[in-house]
Design a protein around this ligand. Structure first.
Ligand code: HEM
Length: 438
């Protein structure tokens, strides 16, 4: 890939202020955090950041060690202090919070008393994962393929004659959103609302400053989400349908309690957050790379067997989830740094994936031969439940976009492509492209 992330390990010293600027959403760093990661891995592989109130872990082997050890490193706070739950806690601690917002925050906190998947540890996590796995069976994923293909074709039809497109609103957002909504049985008429919910739940992930107005808006959306799906779940209990929601309601396991309403609601939030923005950003960064490298686009276009390795390498170098959080349950030591019990850790997957100790020439896309497994979908217990859905969408998107569009090029200078202001969910907010229809 072209671009500043090809720079070799920088020799300049690690400056803690740079990490703080990344966390505060500095535009240049959020867009390209990789040289900073290089310096961190070299000079401060485990470092405490006061702004984040967390230890930042950047080397591949250390990230793997933490992911493996679910006893010492709990997922109780996987999405960080500014997730909706984190915001709710802040609101309740502030005596100035108005009554309506206080009630909404309390509702949210009551639901987070039934943590699910991302935020749970074994043995509760094992029970939930087993119950939910049936709903994400290879059979259900396979059954999605024709719909993903149809939808991808339809989205391309929508802009093909124009010769240009802003890929984000016209393709990268609607594709995963419609797929996940289809999976949940949400009708197309409720799609706009569906996206507003997704935005509300992701707004706080990876940013540290929210205006009071933003927070109030987030909690209004969160409320309508819970009302809508409580109704839908009750409907499925009476009248089962062929969808994932019904699978969740019906999931049973010998000797284990079925999923409660609160657990199902919390799982839906996770599908929504984890399934939308992540896949959107992956599709966009993949096309951003192809638009900057016509030779690569031609190579893959003429050899579709390269689509899958291209998707995999793009997932590695441009991880849409740059890192997730853990909280330590006991004193521990990582890379020689003492971590007191109760500390928050930010595991920087985006850095681990470019660790030259594990991935030689880490910025290069290696389309032939093997690489070590990346950590874009994490590993072990919390390995992404939707990874096969995401891979399916990405493969079909890359295949059909390359098949139907020639001469794909950026419609603005590369450094003017705007990025979201999040240090966790990384990706372009807009991607103007030009092309010729094939
Ligand atoms: C490119 C797209 C995606 C990326 C990069 C991604 C990334 C991740 C990561 C990093 C984790 C582990 C979090 C941790 O370390 O604690 C995770 C978990 C999860 N993902 Fe994905 N994800 C993607 C797409 C999806 C999709 C399409 C769904 C579908 C609904 C999904 C559902 C989930 C769920 C439910 C979990 C929690 C699993 C558990 O804790 O047991 N993800 N994902």
């Amino acid at each position: 890939m072209a671009g500043p992330e090809r720079r070799p390990v920088t020799e300049c010293p690690y400056v803690p202020a740079d990490l703080t600027r990344l966390i505060e959403g500095d535009a240049a760093l959020v867009r390209c955090p990789f040289p900073l990661y290089d310096v961190l891995r070299e000079q401060a592989p485990v470092t405490r950041n006061d702004r984040l109130n967390a230890y930042v872990v950047t080397r591949y082997d250390d990230v793997i060690e933490v992911l493996k050890d679910t006893d010492t490193y709990s997922s109780a706070m996987a999405s960080g202090p500014n997730s909706v739950t984190g915001l709710a806690n802040k609101l309740l601690a502030d005596p100035a919070t108005p009554a309506k917002l206080r009630a909404q925050a309390e509702r949210r906190l009551k639901l987070s008393e039934s943590p699910v998947l991302l935020f749970t540890d074994p043995p509760l996590h094992k029970r939930q994962r087993a119950l939910v796995s049936a709903a994400f069976s290879p059979k259900r994923v396979k059954a999605l393929e024709p719909e993903v293909r149809r939808l991808t074709e339809e989205l391309i039809d929508g802009f093909l004659a124009d010769g240009k497109v802003d890929l984000v609103p016209q393709f990268s957002i609607p594709l995963p959103m419609t797929v996940i909504a289809t999976l949940l049985g949400v009708p197309p008429s409720d799609m706009d609302q569906f996206k507003r919910w997704s935005n509300a739940f992701t707004a706080g992930v990876g940013s540290v400053d929210q205006s009071a107005e933003d927070v109030a808006g987030i909690f209004d959306e969160v409320d309508t989400f819970y009302d809508y799906f409580t109704r839908e779940i009750e409907l499925r209990r009476v009248e089962p349908q062929d969808d994932l929601l019904t699978d969740l309601v019906a999931a049973r396991m010998e000797g284990e309690a079925p999923l409660t309403l609160d657990e199902i609601l919390q799982m839906l939030v996770q599908f929504l957050v984890a399934g939308n923005e992540t896949t959107t950003n992956s599709v966009t960064t993949l096309m951003f790379a192809l638009a900057q490298d016509p030779e690569l686009a031609d190579r893959v276009r003429s050899n579709p067997a390269l689509v899958a390795p291209l998707v995999e390498e793009m997932l590695r170098v441009e991880a849409p989830v740059q890192g997730m959080f853990r909280v330590s349950t006991a004193d521990s030591i990582i890379a020689g740094v003492e971590i007191p019990a109760g500390s928050v850790l930010w595991l920087v997957y985006g850095s681990a994936n470019r660790d030259p100790g594990t991935f030689p020439d880490p910025a290069a896309l290696k389309l032939d031969g093997d690489r070590a497994p990346h950590v874009t979908f994490a590993r072990f217990e919390h390995f992404c439940l939707g990874s096969s859905i995401a891979r399916l969408e990405l493969r079909i998107a890359a295949e059909l976009l390359l098949e139907r569009l020639n001469d794909i090029a950026l419609d603005c200078p590369a450094d003017e492509v705007p990025y979201h202001r999040s240090f966790v969910l990384r990706g372009p907010a807009s991607l103007p492209l030009t092309f010729t229809a094939r």
